[in-house]
Ligand binder design. Structure first.
Ligand code: SF4
Length: 339
């Protein structure tokens, strides 16, 4: 179902004279790890190690693990390039899905309603099918807009869970977006970022749906309640992500300064895995602010007693960012530093 580009990876390993390789797969691709290692081992004489730690995105490269294992190359599957010039070097294999989207796109067309101008967006897995989707929509009398490459994304029309700058760039011309891809994580982010309805076409399940104003309001109300609760806190924990592409030291320090100016106490927490188990025992802390990945706070951590804000929501709490700007600031693809 996916193109793992075994020949290209093998050629790169030979070309670079690599002897030890660390492979990294996101959850959804791990079921193929053994067969990929087998196919690579048939082509090249190298040692293949596979990272078993969680992998959430191209921001999450096992660089220090690779150094400590003495590998010459990391092969990261499932995402487009984000960080260049790393040590060890990283070869990105996007694992494009080899599936036709025609049927599910045709099924999604009625949900676009009377919209004349439709924006198209997808994750990297289905980007090669955007042209096909565009042709189908044109046949249905729609004008199509695809945003350019920008922010942290590599390709036109591509989205990441933290970066919708590509579709945002055309949102002003678009009545509704059509998102091609699996699950609700990305289309919900797209709808929040652009404040437009998003029709979903899931090529894995064949299901179609529509995310609208009610869904955005549900998230907005929950986030506003969290910001209001955090306003009551005197003792804050600011979380600095330790994953290679999630570090925001300047933003963390700026935020600490702003909170201290308001008379708040601040603890700086450095962590790779931001989850309930790792936060629960910081019992003195009355509110957390995480600067690693905005989706951790927005999607929430089940069971966490204290409010958990994104960095941008913390700026809203401090009166430095307008609530109306928060989604664009969160998802706009800006590597925020607040300097
Ligand atoms: S920061 Fe979060 S949303 Fe962005 S790429 Fe990393 S895991 Fe995905």
């Amino acid at each position: 179902m996916y193109d793992f580009e075994v020949d290209r990876v093998a050629e790169e390993i030979l070309r670079r004279g690599v002897k030890r390789v660390l492979l990294q797969f996101p959850e959804g691709l791990r079921g193929r790890a053994l067969s990929i290692v087998k196919r690579l081992s048939e082509r090249v004489d190298a040692e293949f190690l596979v990272s078993g730690d969680p992998c959430y995105g191209a921001c999450d490269l096992p660089l220090w693990q690779g150094r400590s294992l003495g590998v010459d190359l990391i092969v990261h599957y499932g995402h487009s390039p984000m960080m260049e010039e790393t040590n060890p070097p990283v070869l990105y294999v996007e694992a494009r899905a080899e599936m036709d989207v025609e049927e599910v796109v045709r099924r999604a067309v009625p949900l676009l309603g009377g919209a004349k101008v439709v924006g198209l967006a997808s994750t990297v897995q289905h980007l090669s099918q955007l042209r096909r989707a565009e042709r189908i929509l044109s046949e249905e009398g729609k004008e199509v807009r695809v945003g350019g490459r920008s922010g942290r994304v590599t390709y036109p029309g591509q989205v990441l869970g933290c970066d919708y700058s590509s579709p945002l760039s055309v949102a002003g011309e678009v009545e509704v977006f059509l998102f091609i891809g699996g699950g609700s994580f990305h289309p919900l982010g797209l709808s929040l970022a652009t404040e437009k309805d998003v029709v979903t076409a899931d090529p894995y399940t064949g299901k179609v749906g529509r995310i609208g104003e009610k869904d955005r309001m549900r998230v907005a109300k929950r986030r506003w309640a969290t910001i209001s609760a955090a306003r009551q806190a005197e003792r804050f924990g600011i979380i600095m992500g330790l994953k290679a592409g999630q570090r925001r030291p300047t933003a963390v320090r700026a935020l600490k300064g702003k909170l201290e100016e308001e008379g708040k106490e601040v603890l700086l927490l450095c962590m790779e895995e931001v989850n309930f188990e790792n936060l629960a025992n910081f019992t003195e802390i009355e509110a957390f602010i995480e600067t690693a990945c905005p989706r951790i706070a927005i999607d929430g951590i089940e069971g966490l007693r204290q409010p958990l804000l994104t960095g941008e929501e913390a700026l809203v709490m401090l009166g430095e960012l307008d609530w109306g700007e928060v989604w664009r600031a969160t998802f706009g693809g800006i590597r925020w530093t607040w300097e």
